[in-house]
Ligand binder design. Structure first.
Ligand code: NDP
Length: 409
């Protein structure tokens, strides 16, 4: 039916490639490319061993637009799935425009020298994609991704207007390491150490970062995982959801962190290991957070002994037929099961499966459009069906605050 080119052979890329290989009825040809071709070869061998299916691999620098455009022109994919790093988003979009391919990613653009992400750089490509007759789907992992699809679904079927949204991301797993990040350490640490903000009554309000003693957190009693301390965090989907959800008065994002994780991160930050600027080390320039990445466990290899579950979902409050209503939609994913199926842990799995489904939506013509779209602007129904079919089933319950511990409304 279609051809997919996957860029980035890390933890997430491994899962996308596995899940595309499992869905051979949709993806006739799969190519996985990355800067380091050896990582692609490793994934190719693993997919062959697990599923008996073949994929193609190649090495490419995704920041080199002519080189990447040449590769895209030769392979001629229906869609390019970018699961490299946010730094490569714009060069991959440029290459897609040059080679005439649709585009999908899971994280918005971020310049290397400033720890700051926002959609404006990629939204600026709207006209170019429109003129080229191509679709670019932004933020199609779990959060961003499924978190926005849940919003679109709630807006379409459950509410006349949604007034309050709380996105809650819980990892209740144990990977056996004293300190490890679940996706690329550099990107993860840049995200969680920044200033926090949320949106209320048309304004962005700033609160202290998660390491600050004044950070905002509370205990939420997650289904299956139980009560977990959840910290207010800024997350990129908030920026597009405030534009695309009708009647919104407030939207916030919460993520669980253990005391152990926060203690390690605090020490690393205090000694300067999370710095993103260059420092002199024995006559060489090094970036401390990149050196730290070299020391930490590779998130793509964390799955081996990972136990426990992730619980990620959205709580909505709004009105339906003139009455107040509150609904919680969530997914539970098991680390060990994700590993058994794909060799990746649940964070890679919950990101990689939606990226594969998004690519499937475009190839099947179920997500159509010319220009640049965030996932909540596209039809949630076929995507929600595939979540149930492809390993990320979701639950929908009427939300009664008192069942979940401290009230979040
Ligand atoms: P990894 O670091 O494990 O993998 C990234 C891969 O990209 C590596 O294989 C790397 O190659 C490759 N890469 C880096 N630079 C280039 C380049 N210039 N050209 C070609 N390939 C390159 O990261 P993860 O798999 O953990 O994360 C991937 C993405 O997923 C990130 O952008 C992250 O923000 C996003 N993400 C999204 C989530 C969501 O829910 N929406 C959740 C978690 C992550 P090499 O091996 O040579 O370094």
């Amino acid at each position: 039916m279609g051809k997919v080119l996957i860029i980035g052979a890390g933890g997430i890329g491994r899962v996308v490639a596995h899940k595309c290989a499992e869905a051979r009825d949709v993806f006739d040809e799969i190519m996985l490319v990355s800067r380091n071709v050896a990582r692609c070869e490793e994934v190719r061998a693993d997919i062959k061993r697990r599923t008996g299916k073949e994929i193609e691999v190649a090495g490419v620098d995704a920041e080199n637009v002519p080189e990447l455009a040449k590769l895209i022109k030769e392979f001629r994919p229906d869609i390019v799935v970018n699961v490299a790093l946010p730094y490569q988003d714009l060069s991959i979009m440029d290459a897609c425009l040059e080679a005439k391919a649709n585009y999908l990613d899971t994280a918005n653009y971020e310049p290397k020298d400033v720890a700051h992400f926002e959609y404006s750089w990629q939204w600026a490509y709207k006209d170019k994609f429109k003129e080229a007759g191509l679709i670019a789907v932004l933020g199609c992992g779990f959060d961003p991704g499924v978190s926005g699809v849940f919003c679109a679904y709630a807006q379409k079927h459950l509410f006349d207007e949604i007034n309050y949204i709380d996105i809650l991301d819980c990892n209740a797993g144990n990977n056996g390491h004293p300190f490890a990040t679940n996706f690329n350490p550099e990107i993860n640490i840049r995200e969680v150490t920044q200033k926090v903000k949320y949106w209320e009554n048309g304004k962005w309000l700033e609160t202290p970062p998660i390491l600050d003693p004044k950070s905002i957190h509370f205990s939420f009693d997650y289904p299956v995982a139980g009560p977990k301390e959840s910290y207010l965090l800024y997350h990129e989907e908030l920026e597009s959801l405030v534009k695309n959800i009708k009647g919104l008065k407030r939207i916030r994002f919460w993520m669980t962190f253990s005391d152990n994780y926060l203690t390690h991160l605090r020490v690393l930050q205090n000694v300067g290991m999370t710095r993103i600027d260059e420092v002199d080390f024995e006559g060489k320039k090094i970036v401390p957070v990149q050196f730290l990445k070299a020391l930490l466990p590779d998130p793509a290899k964390l799955g081996v002994n990972y136990t426990g579950k992730t619980v990620i979902g959205d709580v909505f409050r709004g009105k339906k037929n003139g009455k107040e209503r509150s609904v919680y939609i969530y997914n539970i994913c098991d680390h060990a099961e994700a590993y058994k199926e794909t060799g990746g842990q649940a964070i890679s799995y919950t990101t990689g499966v939606p990226a594969m489904i998004g690519a499937m939506m475009v190839i099947k013509g179920l997500w159509k459009g010319k220009g640049v779209f965030n996932v909540e602007e596209l039809d949630p129904d076929p995507f929600m069906e595939e979540l149930n079919r492809r390993g990320l089933p979701w639950e929908q319950v009427e939300f009664k605050g008192e069942l979940y511990g401290e009230l979040i409304h």
